[in-house]
Design a protein around this ligand. Sequence first.
Ligand code: NDP
Length: 349
Amino acid sequence: MFGLIGHSTSFEEARAKARSLGFDEFADGDLDMWCSAPPQLVEHVEVTSRTGKVIKGAYIDSVFVPEMLRRFKTAKRKVLKAMELVQRSGIDITALGGFTSIIFEDLNLLREERISAVQLDWQRFTTGNTHTAWVICQQVERNAPKLGIDLARAKVAVVGASGDIGSAVCRWLQRTGVGELLLVARRPQPLVALQESLGEGRILPLEEALPEADVVVWVASLPQSLTIDTDSLKRPCLMIDGGYPKNLDTKAAAAGIHVLKGGIVEFWQDIGWQMMELAEMAVPERQMFACFAEAMLLDFEDIHTNFSWGRNNINLAAMDLIGEASLRHGFKSLGLEPASSSSPALSIA
Ligand code: NDP
């Protein structure tokens, strides 16, 4: 059995969802009330692979909202309590979605093994970042040529290059062979370490990298205040919006700038679930975050272990393995072409 731990994208949206589900006391509650609310197992689901294999899963809402990010103790408790509920529910492998994996790493929750009477078993959890990194690389490799961008000569800026997903994307694109990797993040030291381990890549501040880049992979949570001078960008420019929340479509809206929601996959058939409506997917019946799909893939493959864990541990062999499983079981990376159901992937041409 697989599990997905998620959360709403905002407090306002969470309250609206609570109202629609008939939880009026939550819908009327203030942020303090939500801070003390326990996690909820909101949905059970059954998923059939393209191979015919059937697995069962559950969606656990951590009752965390991004407005709680600065309340460190609350954020920590929300994630750990959701993990405890997963374990009590007997779920074999669970993805930490949205901000929950970042809270886990940033607040070093590995130290917190015991919650109430439950000894947390880390083997039952995955960040899902290996599959996310693989999907983002597929999105670069499949969509750049459609825009006439020759990757072998292209400059690819990775914003968040020193992060868990960003460093994996750099290693993969190095193997693929791109013109030049432009490495962007705020702290120089981790970027230098990455550059040394790659033996290539140019470290640049964001404002210098963007005008040079044919492709920009965003794998950092960006501040709402960030603005992009679209006039200075190359045409065409492919932008993969792999961070969370996904907000580049408004920041980089201009002719010739093609923004694609990064790290999103589409399943080969509809799944009878409600949970992705919360995440504002274009086709919520079959689209989801690649990190969630990783938990399903691990369950389909009977790999009940923390496949993606810790920071900067993702290797190419693991990306190859999860990528092959992804294709075999019927997942497809979101592309610039219209999605299979009603709404198109985001494209600003
Ligand atoms: P990490 O914390 O490991 O890495 C974040 C990276 O972003 C670091 O290199 C960090 O370096 C950099 N960064 C952070 N803020 C900024 C900024 N303002 N400007 C430039 N660089 C910045 O995170 P992950 O690799 O685990 O995740 C990366 C992003 O992907 C997150 O936003 C996460 O929510 C999202 N994600 C999306 C998924 C999906 O869509 N399917 C699934 C999983 C994660 P420094 O601190 O030095 O700036």
